[in-house]
Design a protein around this ligand. Structure first.
Ligand SMILES: NC(=O)c1ccc[n+]([C@@H]2O[C@H](COP(=O)([O-])OP(=O)(O)OC[C@H]3O[C@@H](n4cnc5c(N)ncnc54)[C@H](O)[C@@H]3O)[C@@H](O)[C@H]2O)c1
Length: 322
């Protein structure tokens, strides 16, 4: 059993990963400022309300900690283009503050929530981990910068880290009452479900991409499988594994219209939608090459069939939201 500090553990992916860590027998402490997360997602005895940039407040929570899983960040690409300083300050500044506290407290293992956004508009799809960085938003830039800093801290601080570059996290664990509760919501599946509920059409951005039906292709990964990847990454670090970067996706792509059709099948309802022009910076196709994660850490997605993802999201949407 290890003691794990989870930053951003009151958010969507962090709260579900916390459940997986507890199920593995780990002791968990959650640090979150609740700026974007929800109190009800975390067992109250585990939650410490701390803003990561307050290094002195972070430090005591690292006492006896074996490894940190670092989710805390702002995550909305569009918002980051309107408020880049906020994203650099929270995502880079917050990470630096955490890393300084870890150095002082002698904690030398970290799993970092990175993103496919570090690749921008990749030349090659499926995208391998050695594709060049090319972020096209302040959000993507903030994650790229933290990955670069982690490279230096590996060398000069002996900090061993695994950066997990998530593709499109989705789905829910309705059995734990946990799922997506972002506000504002920017992710496709909850937006489609909200459109059904409200009757207000959802916008589909671009139908003239070079894809099978003209809409963007993305790699949808169930949040439970994502949580498993964190457990595998932690095991790797606890066994003395070296720093590494891994894509976390299924290697399969689905178009926006394919997702919309599965939502209609699962819910038995029509999704009202309108067609809007392409958005700046949206790549036609983002699909992970996840061979490295499968081969190195033995990870396999178990719950990421699109129908299963949508069924879980729909069950949570109907009865699970706090
Ligand atoms: N959701 C996705 O599809 C996706 C894709 C790629 C990467 N990621 C990354 O995964 C991580 C988690 O994403 P999520 O969807 O769970 O987001 P989320 O907004 O649900 O959770 C983030 C949590 O971090 C907390 N937080 C933010 N800044 C903080 C700070 N300075 N101090 C303390 N707490 C702070 C928020 O209150 C929130 O609870 C993020 O780092 C995000 O960049 C998410």
């Amino acid at each position: 059993m290890s003691k794990i500090l989870v930053t951003g553990g009151a958010g969507y992916i962090g709260s579900i990963t916390t459940r997986h860590l507890l199920a593995q027998g780990h002791q968990v402490v959650v640090l979150d400022d609740l700026s974007r997360g929800h109190r009800h997602t975390t067992p109250p005895e585990l939650l410490r309300i701390v803003h990561l940039q307050d290094t002195a407040q972070v430090e005591p929570h690292l006492e006896g900690v074996d490894a940190v899983v670092h989710f805390a960040a702002y995550i909305a690409v569009g918002e980051s283009t309107r408020e880049p300083e906020l994203y650099f300050s929270n995502n880079i500044g917050g990470s630096l503050s955490l890393f300084a506290a870890m150095a002082r407290m002698g904690v030398k293992r970290l799993v970092f929530s990175s993103t496919a956004a570090v690749y921008g508009n990749p030349e090659k799809v499926p995208i391998p981990e050695d594709a060049p960085f090319g972020p096209v938003s302040p959000y993507g830039e903030s994650k790229t910068t933290v990955e670069r800093i982690l490279g230096q801290l590996d060398q000069f601080r002996g900090l061993r880290s695994v950066a997990l570059r998530y593709f499109n996290a989705c789905g829910a664990e309705p059995e734990n009452g946990l799922g997506e509760e972002h506000e504002p919501e920017t992710h496709l599946i909850p937006l489609l479900l909200r459109a059904i509920e409200s009757g207000q059409p959802v916008q589909i951005f671009g139908t003239d991409y070079p894809t099978s039906d003209g809409t963007c292709v993305r790699d949808y990964i169930h949040v439970s499988d994502l949580a498993d990847a964190h457990v595998a990454a932690l095991n790797h670090l606890m066994k003395g594994g070296a720093s590494a970067q891994f894509n976390v996706g299924t290697g399969r792509g689905e178009t926006v219209m394919e997702v919309l059709r599965v939502v209609e099948e699962v819910t038995g309802k029509k999704v009202p939608f309108t067609i809007a022009p392409r958005r700046d910076g949206d790549a036609a196709e983002l699909v992970a090459d996840s061979t490295k994660l499968r081969r190195t850490l033995g990870w396999e997605p178990r719950r990421s069939e699109l129908r299963q993802i949508v069924e879980d999201a729909w069950t949570f949407f109907q009865r699970g939201r706090g």
